[in-house]
Every structure is written in structure tokens, then in C-alpha cells.
Design a protein around this ligand. Structure first.
Ligand code: SF4
Length: 351
């Protein structure tokens, strides 16, 4: 893995982004922001999964008026996502949001952008310049490819904010197309000092969306690029948070919750390892302590992996051998696999 690009640190509420800080996991609500109770509930649920920054859409004045109540009832920093109407950005700032996301493709008039920037500067609120390949302004040079156009429009907006003496900037350059996204981020990474928020936009439903996101986000993280990530999925946002942490854990960039080792199953399996693994994975979702758990399907390769985990089982016919920190600690009957395994995991976590 390449050495991480060190960007300028900015603070979004109490969360540091960039400057070598841990890569931050963020998501976006899928509720109607005007429905305050549902939005608060969804954010609180995401907080429990480890979401560290939350963005909400602010499509109209009623949504902007909902922001103070939302902000009051959540623990993580709140970012307002603004399109088209600069007055909504001002209303969001007055409401006390911790960050703004602006799309340079749809708030284009310089006087309106500078009004937002001055109001953000007064409150020390960072702005994400969030370029999206699907909404590039018509003014951009058509001879450039999409990645180059995205970089050009971001650079134009960055220079404009810098001229106003504003530097609390974060940048994202998202496209559905993975190579385009990678090219755009690689291109801009050496041109600016600001932190980068990574994501593949409109990545899709979980199966394909997670794979597209992993392909793009991991490639960039492995190249040392990226300070915060969002896995955009057409599903409940908790899946975005779980997936984001799995990416960061796979690359050894963050520790968060359990690592689950399960065998793929084969003709030697003595139990339905696929159902067993799915059940264990579901039960581990809400544990935030790091622990390595192994669930293996037979006595051939099973004991090795199970021994290597903090807690592991290697299943045989009607029975499984239970391991803790490499030591065999018992034999479990088939009906009790999940119950005994989860009890051992809980005891391990409590210490
Ligand atoms: Fe097959 Fe056993 Fe390996 Fe699982 S652990 S894939 S059952 S050989």
C-alpha cells in the first residue's frame, strides 16, 4: 500500500477529516428530511452502526426548517446537501449544520456562491465541493474527457473559494464509471492540499453496488488517496456503513467490530455452513469491538482457521469443536452451535 497522501485537516463538527486522521465513514439519510422523526430515527440507527458523518438532502425551505430539530437530537455532525437554491444553504447554516455539500454544476452564479462562502466562513463551517459526472455544467471544455472535466470544474470552484480566502474545503469527484472516478481523483490528488471524500455515485443495489464501490474506493485507498468514504447503495443506509467499514478493515486502515472468517463450503462440509455463516454474520453486525471469529465447515481445514481466530468453531458431523485463542475449549452439539458461539463471543468481549 502506498504511503497516505497527507491533506489539510478540517473539522466537521467534532470530527477531523484529513491531516492523517482515521478515514471517516459517512452516509446519507434516505428519509424525507421534512419528516423530522423518521430522519432522526434513521440517523440514530446509523450512529449505532458507526456512521461518523451524516448528510441530509435539503430540497426546500421546509426541509431547511427541519434541520435544527434534527441537529438537536443526533450525536454526529450534520451536513446539508444543497442543490440549485443558494438560499437553502444560508438557511442550513443559520440552522447550525456542521458542513455543507454544494454541487458546482447547479449553483453557478459567482455572487450566490460567494454569499454562501462568506456565511460559512463566519461560522467555520466546511464546504464540500461535490462534483458529480452526471451534472457537469455546460461551460466545461467538451474536448476534455469526463474525468478531466470533473477535475476542471472542481479546480475552478476551489480557486474561486480560495480567492474569497476560504480554505475549509473538502472535494469529491464521483461518477458511476469506476475508471473515470479513479482517474479524476488521481488527477486532482496532487493538485490540491484539501481532503478528499471518496465514493462511486449511484453504484446500484447491494450486490453490484458494493462491488463497484470496492473496486473504486479500494483502488484509491490503496494508492494512499482518500480521507472519508461513502458506499452509495440502493438499500438501507446501514448497509452503506457496514460496507464502508468492511473496506477499511480489509485494507487494515481501520479496526471496527468483528472480522468473520467463514469457509466457502464444499463437498466435505458436514453442516449447512452457508446458513450458519449468514446467521453468525447477522448477529455480529451490532458488535463494535474488534474480534476475529471463524466458522468452518469440516475437520480438514476447519481447525487451523478456527484456532487462528479469537473464537472459532470447526464443524463435524452433528458436532463442532470450539476454540478460544487457539485452544480447544469444548465440543458443541449441532443444535447449540449459534448459542454457544455467541455466548463465548460475548464473554470474550466483556473480557
Ligand atoms: Fe470444504 Fe472444509 Fe474447506 Fe469448508 S473448511 S471449504 S468444508 S474443506
Amino acid at each position: 500500500m502506498k504511503k497516505r497522501r497527507i491533506s489539510k485537516a478540517i473539522k466537521i463538527g467534532g470530527v477531523t477529516v484529513g491531516g492523517g486522521a482515521s478515514i471517516v465513514v459517512q452516509s446519507m439519510t434516505k428519509t424525507d428530511t421534512r419528516d423530522v422523526m423518521s430522519t432522526i430515527r434513521q440517523i440514530q440507527e446509523l450512529e449505532e452502526c458507526g456512521c461518523e458523518l451524516i448528510r441530509v438532502a435539503v430540497p426546500d425551505d421546509e426541509a431547511a426548517q427541519s434541520l435544527p430539530a434534527i441537529k438537536k437530537n443526533i450525536a454526529i455532525p450534520l451536513i446539508a446537501d444543497i442543490h440549485f437554491d443558494y438560499r437553502l444553504a444560508l438557511a442550513a447554516l443559520t440552522a447550525g449544520v456542521d458542513g455543507l455539500r454544494l454541487n458546482p454544476g447547479n449553483i453557478t452564479q459567482p455572487d450566490k456562491v460567494s454569499t454562501i462562502v462568506r456565511a460559512a466562513m463566519e461560522r467555520d463551517v466546511p464546504i464540500r465541493i461535490g462534483v458529480n459526472a452526471g451534472s457537469l455544467p455546460k461551460t466545461v471544455n467538451p474536448k476534455l474527457n469526463t474525468a478531466q472535466q470533473m477535475v476542471a470544474i472542481a479546480m475552478q470552484q476551489i480557486r474561486f473559494l480560495e480567492e474569497l480566502d476560504f480554505s475549509l474545503i473538502k472535494v469529491s469527484l464521483k461518477a458511476f464509471d469506476v475508471p473515470t472516478t479513479i482517474e479524476a481523483y488521481r488527477n486532482i490528488a496532487s493538485k490540491i492540499p484539501y481532503p478528499l471524500h471518496l465514493g462511486i455515485t449511484e453504484a446500484g443495489p447491494p450486490r453490484s453496488g458494493i462491488i463497484r464501490s470496492v473496486a473504486g474506493i479500494s483502488t484509491l485507498l490503496y494508492a494512499g488517496i482518500g480521507d472519508t468514504i461513502r458506499v452509495s447503495l440502493s438499500s438501507h443506509p446501514r448497509e452503506e456503513v457496514f460496507s464502508a467499514y468492511e473496506i477499511l478493515k480489509s485494507l487494515d486502515l481501520r479496526q471496527h467490530g468483528p472480522a468473520l472468517v467463514t469457509c466457502p463450503s464444499c463437498g466435505r462440509a458436514e453442516v449447512d455452513i452457508i446458513s450458519l455463516a449468514a446467521e453468525v454474520e447477522e448477529k455480529l453486525k451490532y458488535i463494535d469491538k474488534p474480534i476475529k471469529v471463524a466458522v468452518m465447515g469440516c475437520e480438514v481445514n476447519g481447525p487451523g482457521e478456527a484456532r487462528d481466530a479469537d473464537i472459532g468453531i470447526a464443524c463435524g458431523k452433528g458436532k463442532a469443536v470450539l476454540f478460544k485463542r487457539g485452544e480447544k475449549i469444548g465440543v458443541v452439539e449441532e443444535g447449540n452451535f449459534i448459542g454457544v458461539l455467541m455466548k463465548e463471543i460475548e464473554d470474550f468481549i466483556i473480557g
